[in-house]
Design a protein around this ligand. Structure first.
Ligand SMILES: Cc1cc2nc3c(=O)[nH]c(=O)nc-3n(C[C@H](O)[C@H](O)[C@H](O)COP(=O)(O)O)c2cc1C
Length: 353
């Protein structure tokens, strides 16, 4: 079984050292385990890149992603590493994310690249709909790309490290990591924030070695659950009072009303505040329709996208001219140096033809 590490901080810095500690102890505790890791900020890919070829078609036929014509403003000399990242994730049985905390959450490189590779492009509920549709010979699904590896069982662990010694500087660190991983239907086995490690290498002596030992423990826990399906793999991480049973974090959206409804900011799970014996507690719903971690929540989301997306698509067919007017409207978009250079190169290429 293979663990892929994703290091998301400075080269040789705290997040990388913690990742190595976790991977090494995973290997030692489960000797058949193999490991590899990727330094996320080193990934190269073109600006404004479209979806990877053969990515699941999330736009009901247009495969537009967020890039209308699939073009990139860059010169085509930028090497695209995203396929290598995607293949590594698909082949892995477990993932360990280890990130520096920037502005209270995982440093942005990770989100930027995973938004181009995972998310809807690897939505497992959508993948299983496509596979079922293809098995039943349904015309809509026959031509759709789907990667069956999306559905293989995976587990993961989260490590986040930052310089501050107070939790207010880490509020969104674990939430962001959950929201980058849930799309894979990966079971989170353990998660930890390491505070008070500012200088590169500080993790080595922090808490008298306790920070490194905690990363090693996370590695062993992840290895111990590898190969198990989402429902069989166990969460072995910290138990937080009032935590959501799905993401194991206690971060609330207060919806209010007579029932004092609450939502989990991280995964959308729902429940209500109750006052019992003078103490406020959260009563989580038995089975919520609105949780991006559960299969039920994922299916619900796909239903929503299918329904709303196809109605939207029909509406768009009737407003093509209006849409073009907005796209052509010139309000002074600055030409970036890279865009100007790309234009010159393409003009020269045309002159040579
Ligand atoms: C742009 C930037 C933003 C940061 N924001 C935070 C923060 O919000 N909370 C925190 O505790 N540390 C913050 N830090 C400190 C880093 O998280 C800390 O130095 C960490 O050890 C870096 O990990 P690395 O060595 O793997 O790069 C920030 C550092 C930088 C450069």
């Amino acid at each position: 079984m293979h663990i892929l590490g994703l290091a998301n901080g400075s080269i040789g810095g705290n997040s990388t050292i913690l990742l190595k500690a976790a991977l090494q102890s995973a290997k030692t505790s489960h000797p058949s385990t193999t490991t590899s890791w990727i330094h996320i900020p080193s990934l190269s890919y073109p600006p404004n890149a479209g979806p990877l070829s053969h990515a699941q078609d999330v736009s009901m036929g247009a495969n537009a992603g967020n890039n209308v014509d699939g073009s990139s403003a860059s010169l085509n000399t930028v090497i695209d590493d995203r396929r290598a990242l995607y293949e590594s994730i698909m082949d892995a049985d477990a993932l360990i994310f280890s990130t520096a905390v920037y502005s209270h959450q995982a440093a942005g490189w990770l989100k930027a690249v995973l938004d181009k590779v995972l998310g809807p492009y690897t939505d497992p509920a959508f993948a299983s709909r496509i596979l079922a549709g293809q098995k039943n010979g349904e015309a809509n699904f026959l031509a759709m790309s789907v990667d069956e590896r999306i559905l293989k069982p995976r587990v993961c662990g989260f490590l986040a490290v930052g310089g501050s010694t107070t939790p207010d500087q880490f509020t969104m660190a674990l939430p962001t990591l959950h929201l980058l991983a849930y799309g894979l239907h990966v079971k989170v086995v353990d998660q930890e924030v390491m505070m008070g490690c500012a200088n590169p290498g500080a993790v080595l002596h922090a808490r008298d070695g306790g920070v490194m030992r905690r990363a090693e423990e996370l590695g062993r826990r992840v290895a111990s659950q590898m190969g198990k399906g989402f429902d069989e793999a166990a969460y072995l991480g910290p138990k937080v009072e009032g935590a959501c049973p799905q993401c194991h974090l206690a971060k609330y959206d207060f919806f209010g009303g007579e029932e004092m409804r609450v939502g989990c900011v991280v995964c959308g799970n729902t429940g209500r505040f109750v006052v019992q014996g003078g103490k406020v507690e959260v009563q989580w719903d038995e089975e919520s329709d609105y949780c991006c971690i559960t299969w039920r929540g994922k299916e619900k989301h796909i239903d929503d996208i299918f329904k709303n997306g196809s109605a939207e698509w029909k509406g768009l067919q009737e407003s093509k001219e209006k849409l073009q007017e907005w796209r052509d409207l010139d309000l002074g978009r600055l030409q970036l140096p890279s865009e100007q250079q790309a234009k010159v190169v393409s003009t020269l290429a045309q002159m040579r033809l």
